[in-house]
Design a protein around this ligand. Structure first.
Ligand SMILES: NC(=O)c1ccc[n+]([C@@H]2O[C@H](COP(=O)([O-])OP(=O)(O)OC[C@H]3O[C@@H](n4cnc5c(N)ncnc54)[C@H](OP(=O)(O)O)[C@@H]3O)[C@@H](O)[C@H]2O)c1
Length: 269
């Protein structure tokens, strides 16, 4: 998709990856509707992005609140959105049995139900555009579910399934080059999403992470190329593939890691 002149609604714009995505998309010539909960963060970002000649708007909404989503849908119509990037998300690290149900529900709502609801509400607008795209930000854990991240892995696996089903549902529009459904699964990224416990776990496991800028560059490249699925990082993408074809092998490989996960896991609040 041609990004120069594209009109992109970006959720989670005030977060670590969101800010880097906004920067990269603005540099590519896109106009942006920046969405997050924290208006102050969005306004600062908008000021930093100003000067390129494109429109930069902001809207503070809680994507879990239907009334906020209705406001966002109205604004998205006015903005003439042709790309939706479902990037907002939260994490919850901890052993499932020790996690508070409210937190589990929050992860499922924020990371899966809310982006599905927003996509549903915006689909007819996107289909009315000459060219459009939906970009869903998943995670390596969506294809390589990990102990200590049961709710998060489940939600991201859901995002992957949702993206695939919707892409297959919209195949005619896709064949006409009118609408793309793109799923990108980053590995760990250095952002506030990861608590000190998660960072310590990643260090102990030897898991590599990307800078938000590096991840954003690859996501923008996937959107520009209209690539249906992109998995960031090696060997993460190999293990994710292996988990699909031989999950018992991954069960065995992860078994010795459980003690490390348990050492870092704390009862979730
Ligand atoms: N960081 C990683 O290691 C990693 C790895 C793989 C995938 N990802 C995915 O990348 C995406 C971006 O994460 P990040 O690392 O940039 O995290 P982040 O820095 O914590 O940013 C998350 C963003 O989501 C927004 N958000 C959360 N709940 C919301 C709600 N109910 N309504 C509206 N906005 C909400 C936050 O808004 P406020 O700013 O208003 O709080 C924030 O801007 C997520 O989907 C995440 O799962 C991250």
């Amino acid at each position: 998709m041609q990004l120069n002149g594209a009109r992109i609604l970006l959720t989670g714009a005030g977060g670590g990856l969101g800010q880097a995505l906004a920067q990269a998309l603005a540099e590519a010539g896109a106009s942006l509707l920046l969405v997050g909960r924290d208006q102050k963060k969005l306004a600062t970002l908008a000021v930093n992005l100003a000067g390129g000649g494109q429109e930069v708007s902001t809207l503070a909404v809680d994507l879990k609140q239907p009334a906020d989503v209705a406001r966002l849908v109205e604004e998205a119509g006015r903005f003439q959105t042709d790309v939706l990037i479902n990037n907002a998300g939260i994490n919850a690290f901890g052993l499932f049995e020790q996690q508070d149900w409210a937190r589990v529900a929050d992860v499922l709502e924020t990371n899966l139900a809310a982006p599905m609801r927003l996509t549903h509400a915006l689909l007819s607008l996107l289909q009315s555009r000459e060219r459009a795209a939906i970009v869903n930000i998943g995670s390596t854990f969506g294809s390589l579910p990990f102990p200590g991240f049961a709710a998060y892995s489940a939600a991201k696996a859901g995002m992957k399934g949702f993206s695939q089903a919707l892409r297959r549902e919209l195949w005619q529009e896709r064949a006409d080059g009118r609408i793309e459904v793109i799923y990108v699964a980053p590995r760990a990224i250095d952002t506030p999403l990861n608590t000190p416990a998660v960072n310590a776990l990643n260090a102990d496991l030897g898991s590599k992470s990307d800078s938000p800028e590096a991840a954003a560059r690859q996501i923008v490249a996937a959107l520009a190329a209209g690539r249906g699925e992109t998995y960031l990082g090696f060997p993460e993408r190999l293990f994710a593939w292996l988990n699909g074809v031989a999950p018992a092998l991954i069960d065995r490989a992860l078994k010795p890691k459980l003690a490390i996960v348990k050492r870092h896991a704390r009862p979730a609040i």
